[in-house]
Design a protein around this ligand. Structure first.
Ligand code: ADP
Ligand code: ASP
Ligand code: MG
Length: 411
């Protein structure tokens, strides 16, 4: 008998009929001598609706209360799923994050899982029940509800698979696997059959939201093979696995975009030791993760500093920056939440030159201005105006010929 964890995302449980269909699918899998643990997201659109509601109450919603609100969407879907399974004649129990003791730190709205007590689930499984767990939520040591950050149900699923030593972890979604770029904005995107944890980590960190980055990190650490596949078809999806010899290293494996970023710039700050720490310590103390940082070299004693933060933290970051700007004697500061980061990713870039120049050439050919650039050995990212995101993604996907079947690196 195998133990299988299956996670279904928001579009898969978007309405009562879809929830019934998911229950049928899980039951079918259970009938093949499998123990089933199911993780569900909220119905699609619900979490966004909660975020909007919260902003109607408070400009910067209280993080603890925000989590009480955000976690409610998953409570609805797991209860409905359990009812659907029971109606079909199968025993099923729904469990919330605190019942499963998904213990997290106290960083509300982006909490990290510290431990899971799998005993309760194992007990239910052994008595023949399907166990359905609310994704995206946990509980602090003191008993406060937390959420794991947007897209966090993937992380719940992988964490449970690791804690239960599951034989398989399947992530069901509205596309049938991981593609060379978002198939919803680029029709020539190609499905990748197998991808390494490391490449998937890069794609996810740069915006490929098909898998939440933390779920990929956990899967890598605990060696949980992931199968990303469609809820609506039976086709084989994408396997996220450890690197093996058969895998071909691609020069460029994908193009990603991230619209969840905002830019902040300090203009004319003193170019003296300690300024960067004065700027970034209060931001990091607020739990805000800074992504790209650029400091200009200027003639004279002044410099500029530009960086990006998640758009969801933009208002909070600007409040902090307003204070810091006075403290460090900045001439001015500004922010822009309407930016996007477009990236080209591939482990094969390590040994190849010319990828960056091709990227810059393509963006300039499309008349897209590059505001910031950052590179690592396996990726190049450019910050551009948000409205050009789709255009940039399609042009880069074409330029790197990603629609073609595997293009291994030639010498
Ligand atoms: P779920 O609600 O099931 O968790 P998400 O919306 O979080 O689904 O993730 C699936 C979406 O990820 C797809 O609909 C697609 O638009 C987007 N996506 C972005 N990049 C990629 C990619 N490289 N491959 C597949 N899907 C991608
Ligand atoms: N419902 C949450 C969200 O929309 C978590 C998830 O779907 O993974 O972000
Ligand atoms: Mg998701």
């Amino acid at each position: 008998m195998a133990l299988i964890v299956q996670k279904f995302g928001g579009t898969s449980v978007a309405d009562p009929e879809k929830i019934k269909a998911v229950a049928r699918r899980v039951i079918e899998c259970g009938k093949q001598d499998n123990q089933m643990v199911v993780v569900l997201s909220a119905m699609s659109g619900e979490t966004n609706r909660f975020v909007d509601l919260a902003h109607q109450m408070q400009a910067i919603p209280d993080p603890r209360e925000m989590d009480v609100l955000l976690s409610s969407g998953e409570q609805v879907t797991i209860a409905l799923f359990a009812m659907a399974a029971k109606e079909a004649g199968y025993d099923c129990v729904s469990l919330l994050g605190d019942q499963v003791k998904i213990q997290t730190d106290t960083m509300h709205t982006k909490a990290r899982i510290k431990s899971i007590n799998a005993e309760l689930i194992t007990g239910h499984l052994n008595s023949g029940k399907i166990v359905v767990v609310a994704g995206f939520q946990g509980v602090t040591e003191k008993g406060d509800i937390t959420t794991l950050g947007r897209g966090g149900s993937d992380t719940t699923a992988v964490a449970l698979a690791a804690a239960l030593k599951a034989d398989q972890c399947e992530i069901f979604t509205d596309v049938d696997g991981v593609y060379t770029t978002d198939p919803n904005i680029c029709t020539s995107a190609r499905k990748i059959d197998r991808i390494t944890y490391d490449e998937m980590l890069e794609l996810a960190s740069l915006g490929a939201k098909v898998l939440d980055i933390r779920s990929v990190g956990l899967a890598k650490r605990y060696k949980v093979p992931l199968h990303v596949r469609s809820t609506f078809t039976d086709t084989e999806g994408t396997w996220v696995v450890e690197e093996d010899k058969i895998m071909e290293s691609m020069l460029v494996s994908g193009v990603t975009y991230n619209k969840n970023e905002a830019r902040i710039t300090f203009s004319k700050i003193p170019d003296t030791p300690g300024i960067a720490s004065k700027i970034f310590i209060p931001i990091s103390d607020a739990g805000i993760i800074v992504d790209m940082i650029i400091q200009n070299t200027r003639a004279g004693e002044m410099t500029d500093m530009t960086f990006t933060v998640p758009r969801t933290d933009y208002e909070m970051a600007m409040k902090i920056v307003e204070k810091t700007a006075k403290e460090v004697g900045a001439e001015s500061f500004s922010g822009d939440p309407h930016i996007a980061k477009v990236s080209v990713v591939g482990v094969g870039m390590r040994n190849h030159s010319g990828i960056a120049t091709t990227m810059f050439h393509i963006l300039s050919r499309e008349n897209i201005n590059i505001m910031m650039i950052s590179t690592s050995e396996i990726k190049i990212s450019c910050v551009i105006e948000e409205k050009y995101t789709e255009l940039a993604v399609r042009a880069l996907h074409d330029a790197f010929e990603l629609a073609k079947e595997n293009l291994p690196i030639g010498e």
